[in-house]
Design a protein around this ligand. Structure first.
Ligand code: DPP
Ligand code: ZN
Length: 854
């Protein structure tokens, strides 16, 4: 396969202002008739190229006459004479055989579509690129009993009955859109309906469509949708633009959800929620993803991407928007902590490994592989830095200008940055390197204080590490929010500054520093960088107690824990007392929000500890972390018990305060168990049985699975399994809790589970719940004999035959071999090579595995 390069971009030679689609829907064989009005753009004699993948052509005509067309490696090519033509095609496709879940496919008795990025070519012949914008009219015909509901983009314009038990429906979308935003759904669905009145008075009919047993689980998503619609009006001035907005939940879905114009299609895990089946984390994720897809209506749909290299234009911006939305719904501090934690868990390792790529990549083999943490999460951080540099008013002016200038068109990252420059009156020339240079910058900071003169000087230095294809880097613009605190009084020494580090090195001077200063830097995580300081345990503990930026406070605690754990891994032992004291302080500070406390007292994950080391030693890391957990558990056991009891609630409520209490309760339970307390297992089992919500129940189950006695553990797993038999989303939790277990027999259990009657690779959620979860279980996956690697490679080879896109996303853990000792590295490489030798390997896997070996 040939790489697609950003530098090769050419505007389309043909546009398709209108397309009419007629679907004769049937799960085994669907006929798709398409009428395309095509227009030559400019003065050239290039033929019309239409992409097609796996289509069986029945007829192709030009202006009513049989066309002369030739097959190409990506579709068909038709030589045309005039400036405008009418192309009609009819093809046959087979939804039930579509296990890739791209194009039109069957899921749980429904027919649905997924077209981003390049799935529309699996439905009909079309120039499948995001800079071809068309107005769509869609007609669907289907068996009325099996598919009573027929939905597509835009507004409904007609429906009726036909002979033979069939019926039809027609939908028109007045907004020109790229084909990746096309969608249809046919099925036996019911809707949770409501209306939303936009700020200009337009009434929008809302519907969340599910199978009838799931209807009761859609209220939360519907409420989140309405809150999102209002928020986008208030915060970005963006109003909804059609008369209907529908969301459909389906069980088999590669992505989390898809923002098709007026008809979002969701993975059911991001729609369905009730207290009995969804954790607080799930509730939050439902609201965040509903908001994300809704926000795409402007950042993605009204203004779309010129080409797929610009993917972060819509994804980074929309993630930033959904993060801001979520921050506004609850604790902004806790939300920031969660977002940074997931950036560090997914994006930092990606940026430090063989799959590192810039936020705006230069080349790809398969675009599906670029729906990454870098495009999404680092992309969001880049937008956030622009918002920090411009300030809220100018940032809003910039986004207004961007939407005004580019509405109805396919735009570029460059267009977005220009709008920010023009509206903000700033020069972002150097800042653009965040889009072109990969790798996580490292900033080292050293503060020197001259007691006599009251002056202090901060020495900053940055380096950007080499990444594949980018051996040398230029310095970035790093916005650092900085503040000093007095070590004696704990008072702030002056107000916070925003320092823009632009060169390799910089110095910042402070006056009237009347007592020894403590440095608070990268407050709020103002830049997605790794900061290295010489702050010792005393200073970090001080900040964890006194910093007035909650993120910085959390960060100081994390750094203290990390330093202690890294020392323990390196030397076999470390002074644990500063961590214990800092945790004690946090736990007993009555002014703190329990949700914050629960985050702050959690130790960094095994893999984040591993990321700090030149060579990851999974066993030593696990032992060091468990050792510190035990010490914290034992020394502070009375505090954990008090926190546990204090956080007890009488009945489930989904509010920020109640969520925080539940979180602290389960975190405390984990520490009580880590202390080795004799009653821990009983306590966990009681929580498991008495829980009136999934957070408490799954929290207790996790504790039992990791550290409970055999009897309690197996009993809980069994009860959980039977209680939720038939509920796919909860069974996913049952699988992943076991795959993430810290027990030494986890691999054996996971292999067993891969043969369980409820396990299938055909469902992406289930595949991720077992194989994906296991491969991020650092200790179990990296078993010294390579059995973990072998298991995952076997699963990926099997999954690639069904669903290459989902398989390829699970490759990265195997590609981390450079981070391990020679023995493990060799075993990992051997598995990657075995995958690469598999006959018929997909382009998706070829790219991911090939790069991982380089
Ligand atoms: N559906 C995916 C998302 O919203 C891709 N656009 O991020
Ligand atoms: Zn998105």
């Amino acid at each position: 396969p040939r790489a697609v390069r950003r530098a090769d971009y050419r505007p389309p030679e043909w546009q398709v202002p209108r397309i009419a689609l007629d679907f004769d829907l049937d799960p085994t064989a669907t006929r798709v008739r398409a009428v395309l009005e095509v227009e030559r753009t400019g003065d050239h004699d290039a033929p019309l190229h239409l992409d097609g993948d796996g289509l069986e052509p029945l007829s192709i005509t030009v202006d009513g006459a049989p066309a002369e067309w030739t097959a190409t490696d990506r579709g068909i090519s038709i030589a045309l004479n005039g400036a405008r033509h009418r192309i009609e095609t009819e093809v046959l496709i087979h939804p039930e055989r579509n296990t890739q879940l791209m194009g039109l496919y069957a899921s749980g008795g429904l027919l649905c579509t997924q077209c981003e990025a390049e799935g529309f070519r699996r439905i009909t012949f079309f120039p499948d690129r995001p800079d071809v914008l068309s107005r769509y009219s869609v007609r669907m015909t289907a068996d009325k009993a099996r598919f009573p509901v027929l939905l597509a983009n835009g507004d409904p314009v007609g429906a009726g009955d036909l002979d033979g038990g069939r019926h039809w429906a027609a939908w028109d979308d007045p907004f020109p859109k790229p084909c990746y935003l096309f969608a249809l759904v046919a099925g036996d669905l019911v809707a949770n309906r409501d209306t939303f009145v936009t700020r200009s008075g337009r009434e929008v009919a809302l519907g969340i469509w599910v199978r009838s047993p799931d209807l009761a689980k859609t209220d939360h998503a519907l409420a989140a949708l309405k809150t999102s619609m209002r928020w986008d009006e208030d915060v970005y001035g963006r109003e909804y633009d059609l008369d209907v907005f529908n969301i459909v939940a389906v069980d088999d879905f590669n992505f989390g959800a898809m923002e098709n114009k007026g008809l979002n299609i969701f993975n059911s895990r991001y729609i369905l929620a009730d207290a009995d089946t969804a954790t607080d984390y799930d509730y939050d994720a439902v609201a965040a993803v509903v908001a994300h897809e809704y926000f795409h209506n402007w950042s993605g749909n009204r203004v779309t991407c010129r080409d797929w290299f610009q993917l972060s234009l819509k994804e980074g911006f929309t993630v930033y928007r959904d993060q801001s939305f979520s921050a506004d719904q609850g604790s902004a501090a806790v939300k920031r902590i969660e977002d940074v934690r997931s950036l560090r868990a997914a994006q930092f390792p990606e940026d430090a490994g063989p799959l590192a790529h810039p936020v705006r990549p230069d080349a790809y083999l398969e675009i599906s592989n670029f729906y990454t943490a870098t495009i999404y999460n680092k992309g969001a951080e880049v937008i956030r830095m622009m918002a920090t540099i411009l300030g809220p008013e100018k940032f809003r002016a910039g986004s207004d200008l961007y939407f005004d200038r580019h509405d109805g068109t396919a735009a570029t990252v460059e267009d977005f940055v220009c709008a920010m420059e023009d509206a903000g009156g700033v020069d972002l020339a150097q800042f653009r390197r965040w889009y072109s240079q990969a790798g996580t910058p490292r900033v080292s900071a050293r503060l020197e204080h001259e007691a006599g003169s009251g002056r202090a000087r901060l020495y900053l230095r940055q380096t950007v590490p080499p990444t594949p294809g980018q051996p040398t880097k230029d310095p970035m613009v790093v916005p650092l929010r900085i503040k000093l605190f007095g070590a004696e009084t704990a008072n702030a020494l002056g107000s916070e500054q925003l320092v823009l580090l632009k060169d390799d090195e910089a110095e910042v001077a402070f006056e009237t520093v009347t007592e020894p200063p403590v440095l608070s830097i990268n407050r709020g995580f103002s830049a997605p960088v790794i900061v290295e300081t010489d702050r010792g345990p005393a200073e970090l503990a001080f900040l964890s107690a006194h910093d007035d930026d909650p993120f910085a406070r959390y960060e100081a605690m994390q750094q203290l824990m990390l330093d202690t754990l890294v020392a323990a891994v390196r030397h076999g032992r470390a002074d644990q007392a500063p961590v214990v004291e800092a945790v004690r302080n946090t736990l007993t500070d009555p002014r703190l929000d329990p949700a914050f406390v629960a985050e702050a007292v959690l130790l960094p994950s095994d893999s984040f500890i591993g990321d700090q080391l030149a060579v990851v030693d999974p066993e030593a890391i696990y032992q060091a972390r468990e050792g510190l957990r035990r010490e914290l558990g034992q020394t502070l056991v009375d505090h954990w018990r008090a926190a546990y009891e204090g956080a007890r609630d009488n009945r489930f409520e989904y509010t920020p305060a109640a969520k925080g209490r539940r979180r602290l309760r389960t975190v405390s339970l984990g520490y009580i168990a880590a202390s080795g307390a004799a009653d821990a297992s009983d306590l966990a089992f009681r929580q498991f049985e008495e829980a009136d919500n999934m957070s408490d129940r799954q929290g207790a189950l996790t504790t039992l699975v990791n550290s409970g006695g055999e009897e309690a553990r197996e009993a809980a797993l069994d009860i959980f399994y039977h209680r939720y038999a038939g509920n796919a989303l909860v069974l996913d939790k049952w699988f992943s809790t076991q795959a993430l277990s810290s027990r030494t027999d986890t691999l054996a259990r996971v292999v067993e589970l891969s043969n369980h009657r409820d396990f299938t690779l055909a469902n992406p959620n289930r595949a991720r719940a077992l194989v994906g979860a296991f491969s991020v279980n650092q200790r179990a996956f990296n078993a010294e004999d390579g059995a973990g690697y072998r298991f995952v490679a076997d699963q990926l080879i099997a999954l690639d035959k069904l669903n290459p896109q989902t398989a390829a996303k699970l490759v990265p853990p195997l590609g981390r071999w450079r981070r391990f000792d020679e023995g493990r590295a060799k075993l990992m490489r051997a598995e990657l090579e075995r995958i690469l030798r598999t006959p018929g390997l997909s382009k998706d896997m070829l790219e991911q595995v090939g790069k991982s070996l380089d």
